[in-house]
Design a protein around this ligand. Structure first.
Ligand code: QUE
Length: 331
């Protein structure tokens, strides 16, 4: 089984079980997850939920490789995203305590399975990112909701660059709710399962994070249109690597992400997911998505050929049209 459900002492325990694929979520797993949550929400014997990943990692995202490889006629490019985003909303509305163990990689779709729950346990190995601009996509699974609500334009920074946050940074930004040393995780889980309580460990030191030191610079640079943002980064004292990093991302993804996060600020989660679903149906059929998946997950050349290749060749009317026409109803 690629996802396991157990009931242990009034706790519904869900284990993502594709460790060879960093527990990436496929549509079958998402459907079973959704059905089980719906059942557990009404079951008086279930007092709380625990979500974890098998092995060293929580979840790398959606199984976008399978989505990319699917025949358009199979409808996976539609149904995968509608199933995933509806599941994100069901987690947001789940009426009982919901805790996720953020071990190792917590990226993209993995964030969507946990960020709308009540508790997110950060540990020494946690790596958090929204890396979708690297694959010609955009930070989805409610990214327009939770990224747009982070202070100092940090959300736009994370969404554009795919920057990987460490445990200190995740806790400082309050993306995680608790810290637990890696060797104490089993004890913390046992206590939650048997009593519903969560041990509180003191936070690891808050030293030497380039993003926490540079909050003001990030706030100034990650504001305005994309060419503007790139110019500000280039002329700032921010790391050269950051400028290099962002210029390697998909140009269309950068423009779309900037628009998405600006629009998301004013919307409810339901409206954000609706906007993202519509956008997913514009982006998933573009050649940039194929290029991105191939470069990162198949041939692994890390040399995608984006089209348009240059920021100056992005058609702003096309970007806006991705948000305007909505023939793809999620809810
Ligand atoms: C951007 C992404 C994803 C990614 C890499 C990116 C993503 C995703 C995976 C992934 C990783 C390992 C696997 C797998 C998928 O990588 O969403 O099946 O084994 O799921 O740069 O958005």
């Amino acid at each position: 089984m690629e996802i396991n459900f157990e009931i242990i002492r009034s706790t519904g325990v869900i284990t993502l079980n594709r460790p060879q694929a960093l527990n990436a979520l496929n549509i079958e797993m998402a459907k079973q997850f959704s059905e089980t949550l719906n059942k557990w929400s009404k079951d008086k014997n279930i007092k709380r939920v625990l979500l974890k990943g098998e092995g060293k990692h929580f979840c790398a995202g959606g199984d976008v490789k399978k989505v990319h490889l699917s025949d358009n006629k199979s409808n996976l490019k539609k149904n995968f995203f509608s199933t995933e985003y509806k599941l994100n909303y069901e987690i947001y509305n789940f009426p009982k305590p919901y805790m996720s163990i953020w071990k190792g990689v917590v990226m993209g779709g993995g964030v969507g399975l946990s960020i709308f729950g009540d508790y997110r346990i950060v540990t020494d190995t946690t790596q958090f990112a929204m890396p979708e601009t690297a694959i010609g996509f955009f930070p989805d699974v409610g990214g327009s909701y939770f990224l747009s609500r982070l202070k100092n334009n940090i959300g736009l920074f994370l969404g554009l660059t795919g920057y990987i946050l460490n445990a200190n940074e995740i806790l400082s930004l309050k993306l995680g709710t608790h810290y637990c040393p890696i060797h104490e995780l089993d004890n913390l889980i046992d206590e939650y399962i048997s009593k519903g309580t969560i041990k509180n460990f003191t936070k690891i030191s808050l030293d030497n994070s380039s993003i926490l030191i540079n909050t003001n610079l990030i706030s100034e640079c990650f504001n305005g249109n994309i060419p503007n943002i790139l110019n500000k980064i280039k002329n700032s004292s921010l790391n050269d690597k950051l400028y290099q990093n962002i210029t390697n991302k998909c140009p269309m993804s950068l423009f779309v992400t900037n628009e998405l996060i600006r629009k998301g600020r004013e919307k409810s989660l339901e409206e954000c997911l609706e906007m993202e679903y519509n956008l997913s149906q514009k982006m998933v059929y573009r050649n940039d998505f194929s290029q991105g998946i191939d470069a990162v997950l198949i041939s692994k050349t890390h040399k995608p050929k984006w089209d348009p290749e240059l920021l100056k060749d992005i058609n702003l009317n096309e970007v806006e049209s991705f948000f305007e026409e909505n023939k793809n109803q999620l809810f």
